[in-house]
Design a protein around this ligand. Structure first.
Ligand SMILES: C[S@@+](CC[C@H](N)C(=O)[O-])C[C@H]1O[C@@H](n2cnc3c(N)ncnc32)[C@H](O)[C@@H]1O
Length: 351
């Protein structure tokens, strides 16, 4: 999965193929409507303000910025709210997407904003402000696990007659064995565990001195993720808006993803020294951040714009679309605020 997604020049995220939008493979929330970023900016504004109250610089670090759409919407809205970050750092693995981000952000933003944007090659050692990532955790490589009759196996990739095939061997990693044994899966059950995600959260936790980490993605709590009926796991491929489960075709041309086990993310964050703030579905989070009030700001005379934005917001909020499957998880360190995004609703959303 790592090679298929990240091999230099060949991996899905390393190559120049169009990924986002109608001509690509999938559409993400920031690409659906600028109101996603505008609403999210209200939560970020609150954190940046609280960080500055402690007389330190307040920055944003965005992981995996895609086309740069979210960065653009956030920065324009934060400028309007008079709470621009001192720096907007972007950590992006894809050289191609870095180029796309640079081009679009430099052409769309005024000088006062764009001079704050800096592309990084690694997570900084020390950071104050807000770390954000939309649909990045699902792009991290996972271990594919299978419960055998008498052993827990890791499913890997073999080659037979010049074709890729699934090949299992007994799971070696003690940590993974320990974790998977506790799930008590039934024979034949196939699922995933994402160690890269827990490693990422731990690195961010070490870097963060003051501020918040907020991640948005599709996934579930552990009970739902490893539900007895989810016997085939969540590994999915996306090619030209078709989803299927065969990672051995369209290699490097299709996205390969897995849903996020948010309980594991919560445990990783807390275990690495972050304080858990909340876990909510995307709809409730965006409503708490005022997305419906933003919609009301569109003039009634601007009917065409209103209708298209109302349909886009409906997509972000509807339980049948992105509203329920997508979740927001947040952590903080050394902040003493009530996050507006988690003000209403069950903050732990059955985590
Ligand atoms: C599904 S896209 C989401 C893009 C964007 N956040 C959005 O919502 O439109 C995943 C993004 O994460 C980037 N990415 C994947 N793995 C990453 C990693 N380990 N570190 C940083 N960025 C990564 C990809 O290159 C891509 O920009």
């Amino acid at each position: 999965m790592h090679s298929a997604l990240y091999a230099p020049g060949l991996g899905y995220y390393s190559s120049g193929a169009k990924k986002f939008g109608l001509a690509g493979d999938f559409v993400t929330a920031p690409e659906i409507s600028p109101m996603f970023g505008q609403a999210f900016a209200r939560q970020i504004q609150q954190v940046l303000h609280a960080v500055r109250d402690q007389h330190v610089c307040a920055d944003i670090l965005e992981l995996g910025a895609g086309t740069g759409r979210l960065a653009c919407d956030l920065l324009l809205e934060l400028a309007r709210l008079d709470q621009l970050p001192d720096h907007y750092f972007i950590l992006e693995v894809s050289a191609h997407l870095r180029g796309e981000q640079r081009e679009s952000l430099m052409s769309q933003l005024p000088d006062i904003i764009k001079k704050r944007i800096i592309w990084l090659d690694a997570i900084p050692k020390s950071f104050n402000g807000v770390v954000i990532a939309n649909e990045v955790l699902d792009a991290l490589p996972v271990h594919l696990i299978e419960q055998g009759a008498s052993s827990i196996n890791e499913v890997g990739v073999g080659l037979e007659d010049e074709c890729f095939v699934w090949k299992s061997q007994q799971l070696q990693s003690e940590d993974l064995l320990d974790f998977v044994s506790k799930l008590e899966l039934s024979e034949g059950y196939v699922t995933e565990v994402c160690s890269a995600a827990t490693g990422l959260i731990a690195t961010l936790a070490n870097a963060l001195q003051l501020g918040a980490v907020m991640m948005i993605d599709y996934g579930f709590s552990r009970n739902e993720y490893y539900h007895p009926q989810r016997r085939q796991g969540t590994l999915m491929c996306h090619y030209r808006h078709h989803s299927h489960s065969n990672p051995f075709i369209y290699l490097g041309l299709q996205d390969i993803t897995a849903h996020v086990d948010f309980t594991r993310i919560a445990e990783a964050g807390v275990g690495a020294g972050l304080s858990f703030v909340g876990y909510l579905n995307q709809a409730q989070f965006l409503i708490n951040c005022g997305i419906t009030q933003l919609l009301e700001l569109i003039s009634e005379d601007d009917v065409v714009n209103y209708i298209s934005q109302a349909a886009a917001v409906q997509k972000l909020l509807s339980p049948a679309e992105m509203g329920e499957l997508f979740k927001v998880i947040a952590f903080e360190k050394n902040l003493d605020i009530d996050f507006i995004g988690f003000s209403q609703g069950d903050k732990s959303h059955t985590l």
